[in-house]
Design a protein. Structure first.
Length: 543
């Protein structure tokens, strides 16, 4: 595959892929010529042979990558070329300072195949400019909306049946299920659909229907297509700020959000599903349990993307964390010939056994330890103070070129703390169904043998507000679980709508769902109610 930089000028880099289960003499000679040509052009060459061919044709160059690493290496080479491309006729020009945010935006553009130009400029906020001269803040949400969705994402005047806060696997699954049963729904998200899974270095290995795993980006793309098929609105440019009661109908809610431009939006809805996931975890000091103060001149990575390791040769790496992401990051750096990798884990590594076996003898691991301080040295390296959590609480320092903090996430529920409408929470996690305070009190006060009515699954302490995914207490960070919860929550919503309205009589849906315009779900229920009414009337007349 030739990579062209625009106009008549061609790139000097060629990426070649060779895959064959049976290399005969002719194809073997062709393989040698291709390898020689690749070496002359200082290119990366990535043959992908079957496992049986690995011993027959040993690697002849450090630029030849084989076995299970070949696909990952190939993607990294392509990503590097894509990042250096800068075509003159790019769809969008991005202007901003180099750094973590720049790398994040560049990876987003690569994963979605959007040609772009990057202009380095030390401005406070990265800006984007389309071919027609339109300028806007270069957030992934704005880029996704303008370059991929390509249409107005939602109707601000519409009275929705359901607003879903978060477009991760749980939120997208709930949106698809809600649209399929006829509820009018809107999914809001401040970034891009797919949540943290869409940019993760880990393939999703245990998801139904994808033997060999699937990338989060691909899964998110397929989910968005399904969302559009069932006519559910998606707006990946809105950050939820608070929940209010609707003054016109106190059985409904207003979700207040803000766009990247600072515009405040007010979304009317009958029900809310909170699926806003988690944000990267930050270190806390073991003595005070307060967030660890990190100097401004110290750059810490709170995520890990494949391209970050491309220039890691000869560098020392420190990773705080012991889960799968920390292990995958360590393995990625080792594959790029870094000088050393050190892992600092609070307890013992909580990663897969096969991954731990690959790393155990190749890296230094500080067990039952944590980082308690960071300082920027004159040579650009970062000095990290590491404390043992044992009885002696010994401390020592470690110099590294790069530091990553990969300790999982914390529930993204800070905005709910200041909302006028509050839900029960514990350590930032939302309590649902049998874990809510009201149910616990009722259970404690119930007499022996008394049967309690169980609340609807995924229902919070506020009527009509549900929560799924990583924001719930006692949840596990699994894509398959999040998808299942999203679909199951819509089933609970239907039961909630069909329950009796204790205050006004009738059914809850008659009070909660908008009649202007009525959703398909409401029209179905009205048709059923009318048919039941006529049936009862006919029976009465006959009597």
């Amino acid at each position: 595959m030739k990579h062209e930089s625009g106009g008549d000028q061609k790139s000097k880099k060629i990426i070649a892929v060779l895959h064959s289960s049976n290399l005969n003499r002719w194809s073997h000679r062709k393989y040698r010529r291709l390898l020689k040509k690749a070496g002359q052009l200082e290119t990366k060459f990535a043959p992908l042979p079957d496992r049986g061919d690995l011993k027959r044709y040993p690697a002849e160059s450090e630029n030849v990558f084989r076995d299970e690493r070949a696909a990952r290496k190939f993607q990294q080479v392509v990503e590097g070329l894509f990042r250096d491309w800068n075509p003159d006729d790019a769809e969008v020009t991005l202007t901003g300072a180099n750094g973590p945010k720049a790398r994040y935006l560049q990876r987003f553009m690569f994963l979605h195949g959007i040609p772009y130009r990057w202009v380095t400029d030390e401005i406070p906020e990265t800006r984007a400019c389309l071919r027609d001269g339109t300028e806007f803040p270069a957030t992934v949400g704005e880029l996704y909306t303008r370059l991929i969705l390509g249409k107005p994402p939602y109707d601000p005047e519409r009275r929705y049946d359901l607003v879903i806060v978060g477009a991760g696997p749980a939120g997208l699954s709930a949106g698809i299920s809600a649209g399929a049963v006829g509820l009018s729904a809107l999914v809001i998200e401040p970034n891009r659909p797919g949540g943290s899974a869409a940019m993760s270095i880990n393939r999703i290995e245990n998801y139904l229907g994808f033997p060999g795993g699937v990338t989060g980006t691909k899964l998110a793309k397929l989910a968005v297509k399904q969302l559009q098929d069932v006519k559910v609105d998606l707006c990946p440019t809105i950050t939820a700020r608070e929940i209010q009661k609707d003054k016109e109908n106190d059985s409904r809610y207003i979700v207040v959000g803000v766009t990247a431009d600072g515009e405040v939006v007010r979304l009317s809805t009958g029900m809310i599903l909170i699926a806003c996931g988690q944000k990267p975890g930050t270190l806390r000091h073991p003595d005070t349990s307060e967030d660890l103060e990190i100097p401004q001149d110290v750059e810490i990575g709170y995520d890990m993307e494949p391209h970050v390791a491309n220039d890691a040769q000869g560098k020392s790496i420190l990773i705080v964390g012991g889960g799968d992401t920390a292990g995958q990051a360590a393995l990625l750096y080792l594959e790029h010939n870094c000088a050393s990798v050190r892992l600092v884990t609070y307890d013992y590594p909580d990663m897969g056994g096969a991954l731990y076996e690959k790393l155990e003898k190749k890296i230094k691991i500080d067990y039952k330890s944590t980082a308690v301080g960071f300082n920027h040295e004159d040579d650009g390296r970062i000095r990290t103070t590491i404390r043992s959590l044992g009885d002696r609480k010994k401390e020592h320092s470690h110099l590294a070129d790069r530091v990553h903090v990969l300790i999982g996430g914390r529930p993204n529920t800070d905005w709910l703390e200041i909302s006028p409408v509050k839900v029960d929470m514990e350590d930032g996690f939302i309590l649902t169904d049998v874990h809510t305070k009201d149910f616990r009190q009722a259970e404690a006060g119930a007499s022996h043998g008394e049967r309690l009515v169980l609340p609807h699954p995924f229902h919070t302490s506020q009527k009509g507000i549900f929560a799924v995914g990583d924001v719930r207490r006692l949840t596990r960070r699994r894509v398959g679980q999040a998808v299942g919860q999203g679909a199951a929550a819509v089933g609970s919503m239907e039961k909630y709508l069909l329950s009796k309205d204790e205050r006004n009589g009738g059914y809850v849906w008659q009070r909660v769902l908008s009649s202007d315009p009525p959703s398909l779900w409401r029209r179905w229920r009205e048709a059923i109610s009318e048919a039941e009414s006529k049936s009862c009337s006919g029976t009465s007349e006959e009597a």
